[in-house]
Ligand binder design. Structure first.
Ligand code: SF4
Length: 108
């Protein structure tokens, strides 16, 4: 299954109220999958704490280098796999699927 990761193509990351870094809001919403992935790879979820490690260290951590080379959670397949929705606006929180018809027609 090929993945076209929106997180590596301009979509915003997500930082939780606890100060944990997630590659996107989808993975945060389904974070049990990331926890399971981390356990299988012998990582600890505290590895994604920017409160503990700082932003740069967390983003460039072995945890996320490994994750960005795998995307082995169902959320990534669903949102960014071959049947994932199309993203056309780089760097914006709203993507084509989420726009309502009026916004799409007016070009907003
Ligand atoms: S669902 Fe996965 S591949 Fe898609 S943006 Fe989020 S982390 Fe990246």
């Amino acid at each position: 299954m090929s993945i076209n990761p929106k997180c590596l193509n301009g979509m915003s990351c997500f930082i939780s109220a606890e100060g944990d870094y997630y590659p996107c809001c989808f993975v945060y919403t389904n974070k049990a999958e990331l926890e399971e992935w981390a356990t299988k790879r012998n990582y600890n979820m505290s590895d994604i704490s920017i409160t503990k490690h700082g932003y740069e260290n967390t983003v460039n951590s072995d945890f996320y280098k490994d994750f960005y080379n795998s995307f082995e959670v169902n959320t990534c397949t669903r949102e960014c796999g071959e049947k994932g929705y199309k993203a056309t606006e780089v760097g914006k929180p709203k993507w084509e699927k989420w726009k309502n018809t009026d916004e799409t027609k007016s070009g907003v």
